[in-house]
Design a protein around this ligand. Structure first.
Ligand SMILES: [Zn+2]
Length: 115
């Protein structure tokens, strides 16, 4: 299961960071998840639950921030949202663009650490 290995690597990263800071508790992990990352939010959340079950991270929350796809439109000369994942067009002027600025994210953006 794709999402499970992702959940495991997120946990590993959080564990390392908690250790580096002297074994603090991690209350929450914030994750940026782009619409183009190929990872399903719900599947990832259930995989995370499975991975943390009966571990020190059981009470640690995974907070997923979904990032929409943003392209650079050469006509508007600006960053624009696209119409849909099937239609890479500027929502303002309809110019096709595949110059993706945001939407590929799969990264831990922050950790909420406890005492
Ligand atoms: Zn445009």
């Amino acid at each position: 299961m794709h999402e499970l290995s992702i959940a495991m690597s997120i946990l590993e990263l959080a564990e390392e960071e908690a250790e580096r800071r002297g074994g603090v508790r991690v209350n929450a992990i914030h994750l940026k998840l782009g619409a183009l990352s190929g990872v399903d939010k719900e599947a990832l959340l259930s995989a995370y639950e499975l991975a943390t079950e009966q571990t020190a991270f059981a009470a640690c929350q995974l907070v997923v921030e979904q990032i929409p796809i943003v392209v650079y439109c050469s006509k508007c000369e600006a960053e624009r949202l696209i119409a849909s994942i099937q239609l890479f067009e500027c929502t303002e002027c309809g110019t096709p663009s595949h110059n993706v600025v945001r939407g590929r994210e799969l990264q831990v953006s922050a950790l909420e650490l406890g005492e």
